[in-house]
Design a protein around this ligand. Structure first.
Ligand SMILES: [Mn+2]
Length: 463
């Protein structure tokens, strides 16, 4: 680790050690929840009085920090925290989003320590997450057993999506976690390794539309053809049940389907769409929603989207008593809501197409799932174009974009594009290359679409 950043974490440790009371504010996504859980564990173990708050970014201006230590995790760097400081305020920021302040910023009053990987030349979307920053602080106290939560944060934040592997400080965290309870290897990255029957998993799989996409009958036919049994006795087989030989056959089948679909220039990226590192908690049972970290992050996100943050923190923290049933309920409701919403958008034929993009308006869809819906609906549209969803927030529009990873492999970063375009219409946005979002003023959607369509034409998408 960078020696200056290491010093920063030692300083952060001293700030915690010299505090009686600590108030934590963390973000409402899987990364933020993971960060909050790590900090909660650290403070519990140190016997410090503490309060954990999970908040949306727009709630920050209402915070009035007291004289005790206030920690912001997975947020804070992009906000004018200095405005809320008084003499005697003590604030620690552990974030990985683009910072407003410079590394050597001095607060006008009180003490502010801001740790952000971007101050040290690292990338905040692939090298380390907010939960990863919280773990590096936990490591200062020797709590390496919490490393898997730092890894869960990175998975939830999709930091490994483009490379198919953990890089930068995330790789260090992966190593720490492999000495504790995580196993990692290269495998098929079809989602639902432990929780979905192989037919379902395959029918949802793909950054490009394949004959098997949303077509369970075709999946069954092809799996039979490959000699891969669908059941084992009474139970449906899942990806984790397949032998290495069966996985090789499946890989070749998917590879060939993709070669048939994808223009030549993208073909070298195909293996990266099918294979990648996977991360499993050896302490969790087979078929559990917590065994595979990608599936674990889905469970956490389902909680978040239903504002069940406490439930998510308790589950990550290992407090399962009575919580598992509640979680199953949340997951069931979440899936049903997504399915109903999807059906309505398809049934009402709401997907519209422009030259370089496609979009849908779903005004009454929960703002927190617009992105998920955009990702799911991509398989019903044209994988060559990004899918943009609009929903209403009360004082404007939430915009969410999802696209095939092939476009990112080819060098397009929609997170940067959406930031620029949202700015032009008086909004703000950002995010990852293939998953990003923005808030824009009401009625600016047509202008946004027009500018976006033009902006990506210059990037030569789909040519
Ligand atoms: Mn984050």
């Amino acid at each position: 680790m960078d020696i200056q950043l290491k010093r920063g974490f030692s300083r952060a440790r001293e700030m915690i050690e010299s505090s009686e009371n600590v108030t934590v504010y963390s973000h409402t996504d899987c990364d933020g929840i993971s960060a909050a859980t790590i900090l909660m564990k650290v403070l519990e173990r140190l016997g410090k009085d503490h309060e954990i708050n999970i908040i949306n970014i727009n709630e920050i201006p209402d915070i009035e920090p007291g004289p005790d230590l206030t920690v912001f995790a997975d947020l804070g760097s992009g906000q004018r925290i200095q405005d809320m400081m008084r003499s005697g305020s003590r604030i620690l920021i552990l974030d990985h989003h683009p910072p407003l302040r410079k590394k050597d910023f001095t607060a006008p009053a009180g003490e502010l320590l801001e740790l952000n990987p971007l101050f040290y030349g690292m990338d905040g979307s692939t090298h380390i997450s907010g939960g990863g920053m919280a773990y590096l602080l936990a490591r200062e106290f020797g709590y390496r057993d919490l490393s898997w939560i730092g890894l869960l944060a990175a998975v939830g934040d999709m930091q490994n999506i483009t490379e198919g592997a953990m890089v930068g400080l995330n790789r260090e965290i992966l190593h720490d976690s492999m000495e504790a309870c995580v196993e990692s290897w290269k495998d098929l990255t079809i989602y639902g390794r432990h929780t979905r029957p192989i037919v379902n998993a395959l029918s949802y799989f793909g950054d490009v539309t394949l004959p098997t996409t949303n077509n369970p009958n075709e999946c069954i036919a092809r799996l039979r053809n490959l000699g891969i049994p669908l059941t084992n006795g009474d139970s449906q087989r899942r990806l984790c049940d397949l032998t290495d030989e069966e996985k090789k056959k499946l890989f070749r089948e998917i590879y060939q389907m993709m070669v048939n679909e994808v223009p030549e220039r993208y073909q070298r990226y195909i293996p990266r769409l099918i294979l990648g590192e996977i991360y499993e908690l050896s302490s969790e049972e087979k078929y559990s929603p917590f065994r595979d970290l990608t599936e674990f992050s889905t469970a956490v996100n389902a909680c978040n989207r239903n504002h069940e943050w406490e439930l998510a923190v308790e589950i990550i923290g290992g407090d399962r008593e009575g919580n598992l049933e509640r979680l199953q309920e949340v997951l069931r409701d979440h899936r049903a809501y997504l399915a109903e919403t999807m059906e309505r958008i398809i049934h009402d034929d709401l997907i519209r197409s422009m030259e370089n993009l496609q979009y849908f308006h779903a005004p009454d869809v929960k703002v927190s799932v617009t992105g998920t819906i955009a990702g799911m609906i991509l398989s019903y549209g044209d994988w060559r174009k990004p899918m943009i969803g609009f929903s209403e927030t009360g004082d404007g529009l939430k915009v969410s974009l999802r696209c095939s990873r092939l476009l990112a492999f080819d060098g397009i970063h929609f997170g940067s594009i959406i930031r620029k375009v949202a700015g032009k219409v008086g909004g703000s946005g950002g995010g990852h290359a293939t998953a990003c979002g923005a808030y824009i003023p009401a009625e600016k959607d047509s202008e946004f679409l027009r500018l976006f369509n033009r902006a990506i034409e210059n990037e030569k998408v789909n040519k």
